[in-house]
Design a protein around this ligand. Sequence first.
Ligand SMILES: CCCCCCCCCCCCC[C@H](O)CC(=O)SCCNC(=O)CCNC(=O)[C@H](O)C(C)(C)COP(=O)(O)OP(=O)(O)OC[C@H]1O[C@@H](n2cnc3c(N)ncnc32)[C@H](O)[C@@H]1OP(=O)(O)O
Length: 270
Amino acid sequence: MQFPAYATLLTDIRDTVLTITVNRPDALNALSSRVIEDLEHCLDAVSDVLTNDDGAWPVRGVIITGAGKAFVAGADIREMTAMSPDDAHAYSSRMHQVTLAIEQLPVPVIAAVNGFALGGGCELAMACDVIYAASTASFGQPEVSLGLVPGFGGSVRLPQYVGPGLARELLFTGRRLDAGEAQRAGLVTALFDTVDDLLDGAHSTLALVARQSPAAVALVKRTLIATLGLPTDEGLAIEAESFRTAFATEDKAEGTRAFLAKEHPSFPGR
Ligand SMILES: CCCCCCCCCCCCC[C@H](O)CC(=O)SCCNC(=O)CCNC(=O)[C@H](O)C(C)(C)COP(=O)(O)OP(=O)(O)OC[C@H]1O[C@@H](n2cnc3c(N)ncnc32)[C@H](O)[C@@H]1OP(=O)(O)O
């Protein structure tokens, strides 16, 4: 799978794992209009390749990380100074579509947070399926210190990650969490000493995913997102439908066959 050269992103595919690196280190990878456009195009390209039904899965997992000492230090404050309220609403809506595009990718997306994940950076990480962090990472939603409020999903996703009480404290104070506090709060799933260990850890997790049924992994991601926050009975009804869907897949036939034959499955991917 080939990607065009993006002005603000680096892309690299290794062993079916696509790594997307936000690459504006001089501005701590701040989300400019150009970064947003590049993210939209890159995610569209991945989605186009993965939403066919030929069973080909050139990408089984995605890592999003940042170049230099930041993951993403938020929306570009320079660009926002001249932004009108209507433009701000339009960009917020565009960024919401970026988060939804990440959620709709049929493969797991790991945010490998290597440094500052603030404002839109923390929100980008929370749109991913799992957040891994290096000990150098920090998180926060400092929008109130700029006279702003979150515009990239933080008001919705932060309470889902850390609970309503801590989310309120973080959004009201704008204070940061270091990597350890972020892990204890449930925002970070795994903590690594160095950025190299962080990226290796994310690759290792996605290598384990790549050994599983692509169709089942895509289906369970879809189910997790569809049921998030629903009343239990409604969530269970969606799960039952997903269970039905799995039984119609070639992967289910292969997975159950291989187990009984005491073989490793060779999943068709559909
Ligand atoms: C017209 C089109 C506009 C499209 C763009 C806007 C899209 C809007 C989309 C909406 C969705 C986003 C909504 C989000 O919820 C809102 C936000 O994210 S608000 C911003 C939140 N982030 C912050 O407040 C962090 C700001 N940065 C800092 O506090 C500090 O930089 C730091 C991270 C603590 C690091 O401090 P230092 O180590 O001292 O480093 P410097 O401060 O010197 O920074 C180095 C260099 O980077 C520049 N920079 C840092 N952060 C940003 C930023 N967010 N935007 C722009 N530039 C940034 C900083 O100015 C320095 O540059 P230099 O002075 O060297 O030129």
